[in-house]
Design a binder for this molecule. Structure first.
Ligand SMILES: Cc1cc2nc3c(=O)[nH]c(=O)nc-3n(C[C@H](O)[C@H](O)[C@H](O)COP(=O)(O)OP(=O)(O)OC[C@H]3O[C@@H](n4cnc5c(N)ncnc54)[C@H](O)[C@@H]3O)c2cc1C
Length: 391
């Protein structure tokens, strides 16, 4: 467990962290091995997180949530990532990518309609931005369209690599309403899984983060009520960009939890594993790796916590440009790379055991790579940083 007061956070923040830490250790950790082995998503366990107030954690009481701050979401994600990083990823996809963006951008009617279900566990959320032909250039190359026909928008296209996609009940989806306007012709919509014309093409098989349902989604003349438009027509770019800055910072909390677990189990292993009649922890080259792991984690923690303070009260439509855009990209770039270094050393110290598929360090290692790819790759993060530096 971590002492958040030492980093300038409140007693209430610490309480959230401690509660989620214990809950995740007792309820979610026992599921993690089977989730990885069988690529199994424990749907009921996800929905049960509503019982302890985890779902819709930032949603105000009037819409069914506990109304806590973004800190609570980040610390919940960090604590959960220590014990079951896959569930934490599923949690982020619903609670941050979907719920938080609806909360920040939707009108009163949509908030009343969708948020209570996302808070009480009767609905799982997802966000669909990436497409088969539009990844790093998600906005410019977006091919999914939405045409207005009377009281509906008709969506056509495909979304790729969507976390929770195959199991989501409510999806926040981006589509072009004015393709000729490029990135400034994008709108955001709430799509329910039962809407005609929506289907899941396939569940994708991943090397890590197994037990998270990632899928390709199809919109084939999908009929979406016009009232499900989130924000203004053609203003989706603000929803995306503002949401992405927040997502990148909260994703760092995911990296912290994974890295912390990797360091802890590696220290235990180094103390217990004997070679040359000594614990391998007695060897200075092993100690050097442990010291680097700790330092990488601590820097990640300090930068993430600082960015959390800067991004916590980002105004609606804020971010997506300027200093906060650059700094959140820098935090994510550092967290992804540092996490991979930590996991690499963790596997190294575990030796042959670390190479075994069903060892815990191996499970963490296979997942870690997503932190350099999701929410914009390392290269995209660098493009953002350099773009702002050179303005
Ligand atoms: C497990 C998983 C879960 C995901 N969940 C979601 C989700 O819930 N919702 C969602 O919308 N998306 C999701 N994604 C998509 C993710 O955000 C994209 O995979 C990511 O943005 C990269 O896009 P791409 O895979 O198409 O790679 P590409 O854009 O094809 O990039 C391939 C390579 O080229 C590099 N590259 C591309 N352009 C440039 C450039 N201009 N300069 C230098 N290098 C460049 C990239 O950095 C990368 O190394 C998920 C992805 C994965 C793997």
């Amino acid at each position: 467990m971590i002492d958040l007061i030492k980093y300038g956070f409140s007693f209430e923040d610490q309480q959230v962290y401690d509660m989620v830490y214990k809950y995740s250790r007792d309820e979610l950790y026992p599921l993690s091995n089977k989730m990885d082995k069988d690529d199994w998503f424990p749907e009921q366990a996800f929905r049960n997180m509503a019982d302890v107030g985890l779902l819709g954690i930032t949603v105000p009481e009037q819409y069914g949530g506990p109304g806590l701050s973004l800190y609570a979401q980040a610390f919940a994600c960090e604590a959960m990532s220590v014990w079951n990083h896959t569930m934490a990823g599923n949690y982020l996809a619903s609670d941050n990518l979907c719920v938080n963006n609806i909360l920040r951008n939707a009108n009163e009617h949509l908030k009343q309609k969708y948020l209570p279900r996302l808070c009480d566990g009767s609905a799982i959320g997802a966000l669909g931005l990436t497409e088969p032909g539009a990844g790093s250039d998600a906005l410019g190359s977006m091919a999914t369209t939405a045409e207005r026909e009377g009281d509906f928008y008709i969506l056509n296209g495909r979304k790729m690599f969507i976390t929770n996609g195959p199991v989501a009940d409510v999806l926040l989806v981006y589509a072009k309403t004015a393709p000729e306007k490029g990135a400034h012709g994008i709108s955001a919509f709430i799509v329910e899984k039962g809407f005609p014309g929506f289907s899941v093409a396939q569940k994708l098989v991943k090397m890590g983060w197994r037990g998270s349902e990632t899928g390709e989604l199809v919109f084939d003349n999908c009929k979406v009520p016009a009232e499900n438009l989130v924000g203004e027509e053609n203003n989706g770019v603000e929803v995306v960009m503002s949401g992405l800055d927040i997502e990148r910072v909260v994703l760092c909390s995911h990296a912290i939890g994974i890295s912390q677990r990797a360091l802890e189990i590696t220290i235990d292993y180094a103390k217990q594993r004997q070679q040359f009649k000594k614990p391998i922890a007695a060897f200075q080259m092993v100690q050097s790796m442990l010291a680097d792991m700790y330092t990488d984690l601590e820097l990640m923690r300090c930068l993430t916590y600082q960015l959390l303070k800067e991004i916590k009260d980002l105004e609606q439509g804020g971010g997506g440009r300027g200093e906060i855009h650059m700094r959140s990209a820098a935090a994510a770039l550092h967290a992804g790379r540092a996490c991979m270094r930590i996991l690499d050393s963790g596997v190294q110290i575990h030796g042959g055991m670390g190479f075994m598929w069903d060892s815990e360090i191996n499970r963490l290692y296979r997942t870690g790579k997503i932190l350099e790819i999701g929410a914009g790759t390392n290269e995209v993060r660098k493009l953002i940083i350099a773009g702002e530096l050179l303005k």
